[in-house]
Design a protein around this ligand. Structure first.
Ligand code: SAM
Length: 275
């Protein structure tokens, strides 16, 4: 059955506020699963089950899909769709409130999802701050947001780009036209794959580092010196010690330098975290 038929059968009107743009047909979900190279031992976490169009394709390949959906109106539809599918476990709860530590014994955890756009940043922060080790995350985003995540400098470069690129390599899997969704959104989408770099997750506390980078970017148009003066009294000395021109703007400073700056500050304070 197509998405439109499922929605009609259960008389469901999609809610914009929950980021409910569902894939209209299985061509894209099939393609995502093909590119994900899932094997029969994999346990996949999906965020935002929707009408189960991607869940169904993942379940054909994986050992198990653990999927989260906040909207209980979809319960009867999903119960019918996955009746008898023993490898699909649906949690009707807010993914952001889920305790991810309960998945710590899953050996080859992977995330695959067409995530709700309105909480894209929060989902990324949550999985890097709280998730047990995972092999990769493949997520679909609005295209502009995806560009921000991959940006290395200038306008699209943001604390989130720095955060994501510190903890993983980001790879573009494919673009998806807005015409593949119900209702059709204003913009196209992109699917990105994140491969975690655990060296940094262990060395640098993600939450603390994120707070530091936010302070560095607190006023984008101001200099880094200006943004840091609240927390570092001898800002100029500190910046020149790491060979940064104090008049640089936050968007002109490369990722590696932020890591250096953060480590230097912790070193000075003799602390493991500080924000
Ligand atoms: N997987 C389906 C697809 O590909 O067509 C639906 C994707 S739709 C973009 C996102 C889904 O996430 C919606 O069904 C929405 O209700 C659900 N959702 C929104 N906020 C959520 C949250 N905090 N936790 C879990 N699910 C959420």
């Amino acid at each position: 059955m197509k998405t439109s038929e499922w929605l009609k059968k259960y008389d469901i009107r999609l809610k914009k506020g929950l980021g409910q743009n569902f894939l209209s047909n299985s061509t894209v979900s099939h393609e995502i699963v093909k590119k994900s190279e899932i094997d029969e031992n994999d346990v996949i976490i999906e965020i935002g089950t929707g009408n189960g169009i991607l869940t169904e394709e993942i379940a054909k390949k994986a050992k198990k899909v653990i999927t989260f959906e906040i909207d209980e109106r979809l319960k009867p539809l999903l119960e019918e769709r996955f009746e008898g599918s023993k490898n699909v476990e649906i949690h009707f709860e807010d993914f952001l409130n889920t305790d991810l530590s309960k998945f710590k014994d899953i050996p080859k955890l992977k995330y695959i999802a067409n995530i709700p756009y309105y909480i894209s940043s929060k989902i990324l922060e949550k999985i890097f701050e709280e998730s047990p080790k995972f092999e990769y995350a493949i997520f679909m985003f609005q295209k502009e947001f995806g560009q921000r995540l991959m940006a290395k400098s200038k306008k699209s470069y943001s604390p989130l780009s720095i955060f994501v690129q510190t903890y993983c390599t980001v790879e573009r899997i494919m673009d998806v036209s807005k015409n593949n969704f119900i209702p059709i959104p204003k913009v196209d989408s992109v699917i990105l794959k994140f491969n975690p770099v655990y060296k940094y997750v262990e060395e640098i506390d993600p939450k603390d580092f994120m707070k530091f980078v936010h302070i560095c970017f607190s006023k984008r148009r101001k200099t880094i010196k200006n943004n840091l003066k609240e927390i570092i009294p001898d800002t100029e000395k500190y910046l020149t010690e790491v060979q940064i021109d104090p008049s640089s703007r936050p968007e002109d400073i490369p990722l590696e330098t932020y890591i250096q700056l953060y480590k230097k500050l912790l070193g000075r304070r003799g602390a493991k975290k500080g924000f």
